[in-house]
Design a binder for this molecule. Structure first.
Ligand SMILES: C[S@@+](CC[C@H](N)C(=O)[O-])C[C@H]1O[C@@H](n2cnc3c(N)ncnc32)[C@H](O)[C@@H]1O
Length: 269
C-alpha cells in the first residue's frame, strides 16, 4: 500500500498557515529597531527612553520586545482591529512572564484618539501612517502623537521611496522557515501618489496565500512628512538614512536617489 502524500491529508500549507506568524518572521525585527530608537533618544535627549507607545501595533510584537529589553520599560500598543489585538494577546503576550505582561497595555482604539498617558517615545512603524492620504489627516495624526509625548519625547516613523517604489514590482524573498515572502507594488498613481501594495506568501508545496495583507497608501515624500510634523507642533525633525554599505542608519540632509531607500524620520518635541 502506498502512503498518502501528506498534502492530501492535511491540505495545502497555505490553508494551514497563520498570516500573523508569517508576517512576524518575514517583516519584523524588533531588537535592531529598539536599539535604533534608544541610540537616537540618547543622542538627542542624553538619557534612555522608558515608556513607549506603539501606534498601529497590530500583534504588539514590538511593544512586547520593548518591555522585555529592560525592567524599567513600559509600553502601550494601539490598534483598532480587535482581531490582531486578540492574536497578540494570545500568541505574543500570554507566553511571557507576568512582569512583562504587566507592563504592556493594549488599547483597542483609533490612534487619533489615544493621547494619554504621556510617553517618551511614540512609534509608527512599517509605514502604517501612510493610510492618512490627506494632509489635514496626516497633521491631525502627528498632533495626536505630539500630544501623547512627554516634554522631551520623540516621535519615530519610517518611510520608503526611490525609483523602484513607484513602478509595479513583485519582490520574492525566501524566509528561514521555508516559505517565501512576496512584496508587490500593484499600482501607483502619480496624480495622487497613491500606491497599492500586497504581501503574498508562497509555500514549499507550491500553494500560495495571495494578498495575505493589502496596503492602500499615499506614498508621502520625506519633505512632506517633515513639513507636516513641524506644522503639528514638533520643534525639529531628523532624517536617518539606511545606508547600503554601512551597518546603521545615519543622520543626513543630502543623499543621491536610489532604486530603493528606507529612512526613519524623527519628530523632536
Ligand atoms: C501595517 S500593520 C502594522 C504593522 C506594525 N506596526 C509593524 O511594525 O509591523 C497596520 C495596522 O494598523 C492598524 N490600523 C490602521 N489604521 C488604524 C488607526 N487609524 N488606528 C488604529 N489602528 C489602525 C491595522 O488594524 C493594522 O493592524
Amino acid at each position: 500500500m502506498t502512503k498518502k502524500p501528506r498534502i492530501a491529508k492535511l491540505g495545502p500549507l497555505a490553508t494551514r498557515a497563520d498570516r500573523h506568524t508569517l508576517y512576524q518572521i518575514a517583516v519584523q525585527d524588533p531588537e535592531p529597531e529598539i536599539r535604533f530608537v534608544q541610540r537616537v533618544f540618547k543622542r538627542t535627549r542624553g538619557r534612555a527612553a522608558a515608556s513607549f507607545k506603539e501606534d498601529f501595533c497590530a500583534t504588539a510584537h514590538l511593544a512586547t520586545a520593548w518591555v522585555k529589553g529592560h525592567r524599567s520599560r513600559t509600553a502601550i500598543g494601539v490598534d483598532f482591529s480587535h482581531e490582531v489585538l486578540a492574536w497578540g494577546r494570545e500568541h505574543v503576550l500570554a507566553p511571557e512572564p507576568q512582569h512583562v505582561r504587566d507592563r504592556v497595555t493594549l488599547v483597542l482604539a483609533n490612534v487619533l484618539d489615544v493621547v494619554a498617558p504621556k510617553v517618551d517615545v511614540v512609534g509608527a512603524f512599517n509605514f502604517s501612517y501612510l493610510i492618512f492620504k490627506q494632509r489635514a489627516q496626516l497633521i491631525a495624526y502627528f498632533k495626536s502623537a505630539y500630544e501623547s509625548l512627554n516634554r522631551d519625547g520623540l516621535f519615530y516613523c519610517d518611510l520608503f521611496g526611490g525609483t523602484d517604489a513607484i513602478v509595479p514590482i513583485v519582490e520574492p524573498r525566501r524566509c528561514r522557515t521555508g516559505f517565501t515572502y512576496v512584496w508587490e507594488h500593484e499600482s501607483y498613481n502619480p496624480i495622487t501618489n497613491e500606491i497599492l501594495c500586497h504581501i503574498h506568501f508562497k509555500f514549499r508545496d507550491g500553494s500560495e496565500w495571495k494578498k495575505a495583507f493589502t496596503y492602500d497608501w499615499r506614498l508621502w515624500t520625506i519633505p512632506e512628512v517633515r513639513e507636516c510634523l513641524l506644522e503639528a507642533g514638533f520643534k525639529d525633525t531628523q532624517v536617518w538614512w539606511d545606508p547600503v554599505d554601512e551597518t546603521d542608519y545615519r543622520l543626513t540632509e543630502k543623499e543621491g536617489n536610489q532604486l530603493g531607500w528606507l529612512v526613519y524620520i524623527v519628530g523632536v518635541k
